[in-house]
Design a binder for this molecule. Structure first.
Ligand code: SME
Length: 148
């Protein structure tokens, strides 16, 4: 089975019957970090008071609060569009949490009613690490959050 197909299948079974979003985010961040090669951070920021607050993740300690519109995560929130950033050092306003991060991919998450839940944020030390295949793969993971 292709890597992202197997990731989605495992993520789906981890979320099966789970109704707590923190529990779901904790296991999904661990799964992504373990299965996808060449990452230094994988996790979630949740919507809170019109901004983002750090959620479950794997990797080094990270910034706790991000304003809507700030950095890659805040841009994903403000535009409600995935952000595929080949080189974070060329992204105006990028928030450097872990100096090892060079590429980043961030996807907005929506609940059952279309409500904005937060973002899935994945970082790599390798410039250009993420492409359309990764975006499609992580989109399938983001879509699983429609149960919340
Ligand atoms: N670099 C992100 C901040 C979060 S960390 O990567 C974990 C950004 O610019 O939004």
């Amino acid at each position: 089975m292709e890597l992202y197909e197997s990731l989605a299948a495992q993520a789906k079974s981890l979320l099966d019957g789970e109704d707590d979003i923190i529990c779901a985010m904790a296991n999904i961040s661990a799964l992504i970090f373990e299965k996808i090669p060449d990452l230094n951070w994988a996790g979630f920021y949740r919507e809170k008071d019109g901004g983002l607050i750090l959620g479950p993740f794997q990797g080094k300690v990270a910034c706790t609060r991000i304003e809507c519109g700030r950095g890659v995560c805040g841009t994903a929130m403000a535009t409600d569009e995935p952000q595929l950033v080949p080189n974070v050092h060329e992204f105006a306003g990028h928030i450097a949490c872990d100096s090892a991060s060079n590429a980043e991919i961030v996807l907005p998450l929506h609940g059952a009613d279309g409500r904005f839940l937060g973002v899935l944020d994945i970082d790599s030390p390798t410039v250009g690490r993420f492409g359309e295949r990764d975006l499609d793969g992580f989109r399938k993971i983001a879509e699983l959050f429609k149960i919340f």
